[in-house]
Design a protein around this ligand. Structure first.
Ligand code: CTP
Length: 408
């Protein structure tokens, strides 16, 4: 059995303590771990701790003559099979994205010819800052795998995405790298972005519900969580596409590499879709409200004591059907259909009615809405493909690959 060699770079953040657990898990899996501790990382964990856990000397300085005599920093960066950064701080990622090499960690990262996997950890506002978004997009474009941070309460008292993924989750990504069982298995995870199958293609998605106001405090909506659409957007971006995601109100982090436009109503969604054109493919996953209140009241409707008010409804624009007959129609138009009975039959009818190329028919008779799994039938002019029940992220990967094949 080959021993996988990991170079673990520990950046400076409160989550650095989780790197200790990560080393333990790597060692348990039979991996050899060499640690590099940044100056700010050393404010949170000691070299002694990392050395004891890894059973290897820990490297901290570019200017350590003893280290340089034993093993040059170039060699250190080359002898590993995989470079893992945990925690990858905002500062470390910014310096990587800019190609700065002003300490041992960044010098190794610039000198390495090995795949790099970064597990970010930072405050939620920092993670959402345009500069951090830009740096993450740049690192991904450079072929670096950047894991999504976890969402939750933070050491600083705020809440949101930015927590270091749990050591087990980082470990799972490391294992996937070595076993090839990545969600995008078969795709060169660390390849140059220009080699990815959807490089140069623009894919437009809608996802989530829409919210149709009745008055300033009430609205009509539905139970769509947006999970499936967001997962597809992420999978398409991972395959190299430029992705525009028009999202209704959902509580989800934007997948890496995806440009997100937030909207509330069906009419706002329709306008955002139109503005984002042209596209090579469109995937309309949103559960658009079919109707809206004919007139939204300017003030909160009060109980008058008499009969409840009648709600006059009017139909919303059909975004999918409109796109299917647009002069600049994308080459591939994919619609979704949520059905509770006669799934395939209804999907075939919808394919014709909406004028799209594929319908991804979704059996929502169980707990699909908001749930983790999905039962899919892919209905096209050529026939029906029924997929086994799969987690939504795997449905996303499979569909993204099909889209890549169709656009090839
Ligand atoms: N869709 C859309 N704009 C709308 C309604 C639906 O773009 N105003 C899209 C959805 O994003 C989805 C597909 O059309 O891709 C199917 O939506 P669905 O609501 O199931 O279709 P309906 O025509 O409303 O059929 P049903 O009678 O089942 O509600």
């Amino acid at each position: 059995m080959t021993t996988h060699k990991i170079l673990l770079i520990v950046g400076g953040g409160i989550a650095a303590y989780k790197a200790c657990e990560l080393i333990r898990l790597m060692r348990k899996d039979g991996m050899a771990v060499r640690c590099v501790l940044t100056a700010s990382g050393a404010q949170f964990v000691t070299p002694m701790t990392l050395a004891a856990l890894s059973e290897q000397p820990v490297h901290t300085s570019l200017w350590d003559l003893k280290d340089e005599a034993e093993m040059g920093h170039i060699q250190l960066s080359r002898e590993a099979d995989l470079v893992v950064i945990a925690p990858a701080t905002a500062d470390l990622m910014a310096r990587m994205a800019a190609g700065i090499a002003d300490d041992l960690a960044t010098t190794l990262l610039l000198a390495t010819d090995k795949p790099v996997l970064a597990a970010p950890a930072m405050n939620v506002r920092m993670w959402q800052h345009a500069a951090a978004r830009r740096n993450v997009a740049q690192l991904k474009a450079d072929g670096i795998t950047v894991l999504d941070p976890d969402e939750g309460p933070m050491a600083c008292g705020e809440f949101g995405p930015g927590r270091l993924p749990e050591p087990e989750a980082i470990m799972a990504a490391v294992r996937r790298h070595f076993t090839g069982h990545s969600p995008l298995a078969g795709q060169p995870d660390f390849a140059d972005a220009t080699h990815r199958p959807l490089f140069g293609k623009h894919v437009l998605l809608t996802a989530g519900p829409t919210r149709e106001p009745i008055d300033p405090v009430r609205y009509i909506a539905n139970r769509s969580s947006g999970k499936q659409g967001f997962a597809i957007a992420g999978a398409l971006a991972a395959l190299g596409a430029r992705v525009t995601l028009v999202a209704g109100p959902v509580n989800l982090a934007t997948p890496a590499g995806v440009e997100r436009i937030d909207v509330e109503t069906a009419r706002e969604m329709a306008a955002a879709v139109k503005a984002a054109m042209p596209a090579d493919a469109a995937v309309m996953v949103a559960a658009v409200a079919d109707w809206r209140a004919e007139a939204s009241a300017g003030q909160k409707i009060k109980k008058s004591g008499a009969a409840p008010p009648a709600l006059a409804l009017t139909e919303n624009p059909d975004i999918l059907a409109t796109l299917s007959i647009a002069p600049d129609r994308p080459r591939l138009v994919v619609g979704f259909a949520a059905e509770t009975e006669n799934v395939i039959e209804h999907a075939r009818t919808k394919l014709a009615k909406k004028g799209c190329d594929w319908i991804v028919a979704n059996d929502v008779s169980g707990d699909v809405m908001g749930g983790a799994d999905n039962s899919i039938h892919l209905v096209t002019a050529a026939g029906v493909e029924s997929w086994e029940k799969l987690p939504k992220d795997q449905v996303a990967v499979r569909l993204a690959r099909k889209i890549a094949d169709a656009l090839a």
